[in-house]
Write a protein that binds this ligand. Structure first.
Ligand code: PMP
Length: 354
């Protein structure tokens, strides 16, 4: 007889950043937005009728997908919504990476890609970034079973130009190419205009970062109708009612406040640039991040030590104990006051090292 555990799937799960319960802390570890969402969401929340919670939500999330489509100048048939972009991306992996040929993604990127590939038994090759941690377009111009990368990449924050993305989509017309634009609102060029030209292209987006709604879990994919239909087919083979009726309503409301959205992004970009400058003055090396986080290393003190010292001071950043990036910390851009506290703490930590 075997043992019970012989039946279990062996998988190394994705490890999300810590969500400390402590309220007296500065949380710069999971790339959340430090500002609240548009007041439109509070208004919509007040209008929610709990007596309607007895009903299942609209499985198509039509109110939300229509709002997203209108915002991007597309049709609802070009939009697939899900419970955060993680849900959308997992559906993409299930729907599109089935050729048996290995899919390609960068060696340093969003760690969940590898986990989904393992979970769904998809073969993959990790394509090394260059010496300056940039994605090399030419490395993706070869036979493969599909491609995924974030733009800007995470955790480097470095953007890829539209011409390079076009070249990848063009060369790989027989496979699905996913551009994960989780952070695109903070910098870089969106691949949206390529959707019309390339039926093999998918763009994914999230409400978790630029729209300050990580807690509501809303993400979406934009693509030609054929790919969206495939995504719906997979979702409806697994879990039809993914999004709550509250998330559908609040998400649709959030799409309507462009002015608030733009001003929040501008604040974060300003804070990012001033914090980057001050970190450089402290002797940090930074990648050219166009995202809502900075990726920093220091010659004199290891990233692991900095991470631990900051944590003692209840400042949470992210540290990845992985080859090539184990001497970097990833710092989410918070408010100006949070970044001031971070810089003060780092100044002291560096002084103590002397
Ligand atoms: N893509 C990338 C590159 C990310 O960093 C994240 C955030 N962890 C996600 C997707 C998923 O975000 P969410 O599920 O909150 O939309």
């Amino acid at each position: 007889m075997g043992s019970l555990s012989d039946n279990f799937r062996s998988i190394k799960p994705y490890v999300p950043g810590e969500q400390p319960r402590d309220t007296e802390r500065i949380k710069l570890n999971t790339n959340e937005n430090p500002y609240p969402p548009t007041p439109m969401t509070a208004r919509e929340l007040g209008r929610l009728d709990p007596s309607a919670f007895n009903l299942y939500p609209d499985p198509e999330a039509s109110e939300l997908t229509e709002a997203i489509a209108a915002y991007h100048g597309l049709q609802p048939e070009n939009v697939f919504a899900g419970v955060g972009s993680d849900d959308v991306l997992a559906n993409c992996f299930m729907a599109f990476f089935n050729s048996g040929r290995p899919i390609l993604f960068p060696d340093i990127t969003y760690a969940f890609y590898e986990v989904w590939a393992d979970l769904f038994k998809i073969k993959y090759e990790k394509v090394p970034l260059d010496g300056e941690l940039r994605i090399v377009k030419d490395d993706y111009l070869r036979e493969n079973g599909g491609i995924i990368f974030p733009n800007p990449n995470a955790p480097t924050g470095i953007c890829m130009g539209l011409d390079d993305i076009r070249a990848i989509a063009e060369y790989n017309s027989d496979v699905v190419v996913i551009v994960d634009e989780a952070y695109i609102d903070f910098g870089g060029e969106t691949a949206l205009e390529l959707l019309k030209e390339y039926g093999n292209l998918i763009i994914t987006r999230t409400f978790s970062k630029s729209r300050s709604m990580a807690g509501m879990r809303i993400g979406y994919a934009l693509a030609g109708e054929e790919l969206i239909l495939q995504l719906k087919k997979i979702k409806n083979s697994y879990n039809s009612y993914t999004m709550s009726s509250a998330a559908i309503k609040l998400g649709a409301a959030a799409m309507a406040d462009e002015e608030y959205f733009r001003s929040t992004i501008e604040k974060i970009k300003r804070t990012r640039e001033s914090a980057a400058q001050r970190l450089r003055e402290l002797g940090f090396h930074l990648t050219n991040s166009e995202s809502n986080f900075l990726f920093a290393s220091h010659k004199k003190i290891s990233a692991k030590k900095i991470f631990e010292e900051l944590k003692k001071r209840r400042i949470y950043v992210r540290y990845f104990d992985k080859p090539r990036i184990d001497n970097y910390i990833r710092i989410t851009v918070g408010t100006d006051a949070e970044m001031d506290a971070l810089i003060d703490a780092l100044t002291r930590i560096l002084e103590d090292e002397k």
